[in-house]
Design a protein around this ligand. Structure first.
Ligand SMILES: *Cc1c(COP(=O)(O)O)cnc(C)c1O
Length: 411
């Protein structure tokens, strides 16, 4: 049983802040040092934690040392160790010292930059860092800020797809007096990430209007211009309105790459919004030798990739670029009285609240900026290249030891 200290409560006592934060950093450093000693996959049974943690929250405070100890004894056994060198599931380790430093700064400054005035640096740094990223990935200039296009940082690809779908939907409906949402059809391949169907459902596209185009080994499990055109043609004939095509560079199951230029041109023909999802593989575009997988990106209306998957930015960080930011803003903007300010009214600033689902937002640009500056493009390229090299070695190995090397979903 604890008791209340006699001094008044100080939630941000500077002496404690410094001491305890350092203790936490040391605790995490020890975790990384020892990480290979843990079984990669948690061995606990469902519900294990109920027996270890009291049913009711404490009334009195505990020292940070006690809490860290409890994390070691109660939480560690229930962790699947994503940053372990022996972790081969889902996607690769994404933690880095720079990513963590950036997260600490984001969390430590703790500003909420929903509009420019709410923290000008948060907005301006995001615009600059997204231009930096576009430059590193050699994106078409249409995605850069300053013209019609621009980029924004979301938490996940799912959010990026929801927002671009909403923009495409509202743009299409505005040409039809706001009517006919049940006519709108969306297109993806049988390899497209399942997040796409969820996003389409969230923006009100009826499930029966999802077109899942079959792929085969012959085309490397990629979409073809013919298959996309056939699907859209059939819908037009049936009186439907093709709305949105999701292409992928690096699908989840087999790493398939859709031929962006070919399918993008078909999308253009039909006046369909073309999104390219490269959540995982997108980071590879920073290396000139892998940039060819993104050829034809200039046909896209939007492009997204997650630096939290392969570019050493700790969770979470999804970069989304759109060719026409006004379509996004027309769909997502809100103008409540409490957020009125001159800079917004004059229209000379970006208010990123109008480029995303939520109002509040984290200063994720800080993290990405720190990662890029601290490591430099040279190290980031080296990181991608060494992973690609390792993948080709382990591909040869796994052909020999098929089935025994990987941590699978339920092995
Ligand atoms: C991981 C992944 C997603 C989902 O990303 P979230 O950020 O978790 O929503 C979508 N598409 C592809 C190709 C992915 O690799």
């Amino acid at each position: 049983m604890g008791s209340l200290p006699t001094e008044p409560f100080q939630p941000l006592d500077l002496d404690l802040f410094s001491k305890e934060s350092k203790a936490v950093v040391d605790f995490i450093a020890d975790y990384y040092r020892d990480i290979e000693r843990f079984p990669v996959r948690s061995q606990v049974k469902p519900g294990y934690l109920r027996n270890l943690i009291p049913d009711t929250p404490p009334l009195f405070p505990s020292p940070i040392t006690t809490i860290l100890n409890d994390i070691k004894t109660d939480i560690f056994p229930g962790l699947t160790h994503w940053q372990s060198p022996n972790f081969y599931a889902y996607y690769q380790a994404n933690a880095s010292s720079a990513g963590f430093a950036g997260e600490m700064l984001c969390s430590g400054l703790n500003v909420v930059g929903f509009s420019w005035i709410a923290s000008p640096a948060a907005t301006e740094l995001e615009t600059i860092v997204m231009d930096w990223m576009a430059n590193m990935l050699k994106l078409p200039p249409t995605f850069l800020s300053g013209g019609l296009g621009g980029g924004v940082i979301h938490g996940s690809t799912c959010e990026a797809v929801v927002c671009t779908l909403a923009a495409a939907r509202d743009n299409a409906l505005s040409q039809r007096n706001g009517e006919g949402i049940t006519k709108l059809t969306v297109y993806a391949s049988d390899q497209t990430h399942f997040t796409f169907q969820k996003a389409a459902k969230l923006v009100g596209i009826p499930t029966r209007n999802f077109r899942v185009i079959s792929t085969s080994a012959e085309t490397g499990y990629a979409l073809t211009a013919e298959s996309v055109r056939a699907a859209m043609d059939a819908d037009v004939v049936a009186g439907m309105v093709p709305l949105y095509l999701c292409g992928t560079v690096g699908t989840t199951a087999v790493g398939a790459v859709d031929p962006l230029r070919e399918i993008g041109e078909v999308a253009r023909e039909f006046g369909v919004w073309f999104h390219v999802d490269a959540a995982c593989a997108g980071s590879a575009a920073i290396c000139p030798e892998f940039r060819r997988y993104f050829d034809g990106l200039e046909t896209a209306d939007s492009f997204s990739m997650n630096p939290h998957k392969w570019l050493l930015a700790n969770m979470d960080c999804c970069c989304l670029w759109v060719r026409c930011t006004t379509k996004l803003i027309d769909s997502l903007s809100t103008k409540p009285e409490i957020l009125r300010n001159t800079a917004t009214e004059v229209g000379i600033v970006i208010d990123y609240k109008d480029w995303q689902i939520a109002l509040s937002r984290r200063f994720r640009a800080m993290k990405l900026w720190v990662v890029i500056r601290r490591f430099g493009q040279a190290n980031l390229m080296e990181h991608v290249r060494s992973d690609v090299d390792m993948a080709s070695i382990s591909k040869n190995l796994s052909l020999k030891m098929r089935g025994s090397t990987w941590l699978c979903h339920d092995d």
